[in-house]
Each structure stands twice: as structure tokens, then as C-alpha cells.
Design a protein around this ligand. Structure first.
Ligand code: AHM
Ligand code: MG
Length: 335
């Protein structure tokens, strides 16, 4: 047997060795995120037994129903990262403003942005949800991190990843040097390398969109959808099979592993798009690009957008490069 068992800790350390000036802070930050993911996964598997399913009865900053596990995941990530001295600030999809590091605890060089539990409408039906995160180097010099530290372009990401709580729990991350996937072995409590160097397959397999909102969409988007389904008479294609979880992280994970495209375009209900640029689109766009794919808002690269607000929304087309570019062509021609 010459196959190695590689834990996420070892993998992160080995990645960091590529940078001679690295101090180890960044590695420790990634372990902390992995550990938060394990705690959330543990809670999720017991949720039906310990009364953590269902809604809190409150509405969050996105004007969406807040689930008990949304709150748990958010608190876990904040508690794990507030006192380590590694971060200057955090920003969460579940919190209105920048999350400061508590007074008296040191601040560090990095900023963490996250969607603690993406796709939370899936929780109560025992379907897949996930945590999405991005790490940036702070821009401000010292002291408390600022809003500007959190409003960086996706292009400047230092690390991005997600933890997906599905039939098994997986963590996928990149520091720009390949995209790597780890599966949690619950018996030993470790994430073990299972998917090294992920690349989006050249042959696209699935398309993923919510067709219910077709009537709210523009001409270009509708024509693109028809093209994907092989219904464009001028340019008939073999239709792509469709899959839609309604949890971005799960729809993206499938797109990464199997090839194809996920899109959530702007429409008359969400003129700016529904998904959040900072917590959702940017980390996944960074991963997609490092896996040979591409993400666009329909007109330009997601990673080049300069964010103006923490909870800014964006249309998102992500996955196979040629399919995303095809969407851009339809939009440029008809919208
Ligand atoms: P959230 O659960 O963090 O609020 O994320 C929003 C979710 C995405 O995961 C998913 O892609 C999208 O909303 C699904 O929206 P819809 O139900 O309109 O298809
Ligand atoms: Mg989300």
C-alpha cells in the first residue's frame, strides 16, 4: 500500500510550506474553519433529536426566515474565530454590520467572510446545506478591521472554500494553488483528502436553475435557457440534464464534480440578482476559476466586481467556462 492518508491539517501545512515567509497563522485560521465545520456537522446530524430543527420565528438581515441552525452555525464560526488574534474582522450573511473582534483580544492580518448555512430552507427536509467562506488579507494597517477590509474584490481572495453537509460532510478549499476536497471520517473526526486537484470536467453534464421564475426573466436569459435545453431552433444542442437542490453550495458542488452550469440570474423580483456577492458568489467564483471554470454576473467576471456594500447581491452564472460565456453572449445580444 503506497497510498497516503492525508489529513486536512497536514495538507494545509504542506500548502503553506510553498510560501517561505508564511508564519503559520493562515494555516491555523483554516484549521479553525474546519473545526467549526465539524461542530456544525455534529449539530446537524443530531438536530432532529435535540430540537434544533425549524425556525427561530425571526427574520434575518436578508429579510428571510432565520432557522435555529442558521443561528447555531453563525455563532459557532464567530466563537471559533473571535479570540485567536488571527483576524481583524469578520462579516456574515446573518449579521447586518462588520463583526468586530472583542476588545482586549488581539487583531490579526486576515478578514473572514462567510455564509454560515447556505440553503437553509433545505434543513428541515434533511437535504444538503453548507457553509461558504472567503479569507482576505486586511487592507487597513492595524487595530480593528474596517468595512473596506471586508469589501475586497474576489480576485484578491487569499483562501476560499465551503463545507457541505450532505450524505457525508466534505470540505473543499483553495489557497489559489489547486482546489482540494476532504471527506470527514466521523469515526476519527478528521477531514481526509479524498478529492485532490479538482477540475471541472470538460464535458458538461448538468444545468441547474430554478425555472419557476422564467416569466420574470429577460429575453436573453430566457433564450439562453432554451438553448441549454436544446430548444434553440437556429442552434440546436443536445439538452443538458437538469438538477436543482435550491442550495447554492450543493448545486455548485455538483457542478464542480460533474461539469455543467448553475445560474441564478437577475429578474424583475431581484433586479440585482438574489445571491450575495461577498458571502456566496465570490468564494465560489474563486474556486471555480482555480478549477478551470468561470463565474460571471452575465456581463463580466464576478471576481472583478468592486463590492460597494456588505450584503450586495449579484446575478451569478458559474461552472463550465464555455457555457458561462454562452450566457454572456445571449445577454449581450438580447438584453
Ligand atoms: P441562503 O439559504 O443562504 O439564504 O441562500 C439562498 C439560497 C441559495 O442557496 C440558493 O441557490 C437559492 O437561495 C435558491 O433560491 P430559490 O428558492 O429562489 O430558487
Ligand atoms: Mg446562502
Amino acid at each position: 500500500m503506497d497510498e497516503q492518508i492525508v489529513t486536512i491539517e497536514r495538507h494545509i501545512v504542506e500548502q503553506e510550506r510553498e510560501y517561505p515567509k508564511a508564519t503559520g497563522v493562515f494555516s491555523n485560521l483554516l484549521y479553525d474553519i474546519a473545526l467549526a465545520g465539524k461542530i456544525i456537522a455534529r449539530e446537524m446530524t443530531r438536530a432532529g433529536l435535540v430540537g434544533s430543527l425549524g425556525s427561530t420565528g425571526k427574520i434575518n438581515v436578508q429579510h428571510e426566515e432565520q432557522m435555529k441552525l442558521d443561528v447555531f452555525a453563525n455563532q459557532t464560526i464567530i466563537r471559533m474565530n473571535s479570540f485567536t488574534g488571527r483576524l481583524a474582522a469578520m462579516a456574515s450573511e446573518e449579521r447586518e454590520d462588520v463583526i468586530d473582534i472583542p476588545r482586549g483580544y488581539g487583531t490579526g492580518r486576515y478578514v473572514l467572510v462567510f455564509d454560515p448555512l447556505d440553503g437553509s430552507s433545505n434543513i428541515d427536509i434533511n437535504a444538503t446545506v453548507g457553509t461558504i467562506f472567503g479569507v482576505y488579507r486586511r487592507r487597513s494597517e492595524e487595530g480593528a478591521g474596517t468595512l473596506a477590509d471586508c469589501l475586497q474584490k474576489g480576485r484578491d481572495t487569499a483562501a476560499a472554500g465551503y463545507i457541505i453537509y450532505g450524505s457525508s460532510t466534505m470540505m473543499v478549499y483553495t489557497t489559489g494553488n489547486g482546489v482540494h476536497g476532504f471527506t470527514l471520517d466521523p469515526s476519527v473526526g478528521e477531514f481526509l483528502l479524498s478529492h485532490p486537484n479538482l477540475r471541472i470536467p470538460d464535458e458538461p453534464r448538468y444545468s441547474s436553475v430554478n425555472h419557476a421564475y422564467e416569466k420574470f426573466r429577460s429575453e436573453g436569459i430566457r433564450r439562453f435557457g432554451r438553448w441549454l435545453r436544446g430548444m434553440d431552433e437556429a442552434d440546436p444542442q443536445k439538452p443538458l440534464s437538469e438538477r436543482y437542490f435550491g442550495a447554492l453550495v450543493a448545486d455548485f458542488h455538483r457542478t464542480l464534480l460533474k461539469g455543467g452550469i448553475f445560474y441564478y440570474p437577475a429578474d424583475s423580483r431581484y433586479p440585482q440578482g438574489k445571491l450575495r456577492l461577498i458571502y456566496e458568489a465570490n468564494p465560489l467564483a474563486f474556486i471555480a476559476e482555480k478549477a478551470g471554470g468561470y463565474a460571471s454576473n452575465g456581463r463580466s467576471n464576478i471576481l472583478d466586481i468592486a463590492p460597494r456594500a456588505l450584503h450586495q447581491r449579484t446575478p451569478l452564472f458559474i461552472g463550465d467556462r464555455s457555457l458561462v460565456e454562452k450566457a454572456e453572449e445571449f445577454i449581450a445580444e438580447y438584453d
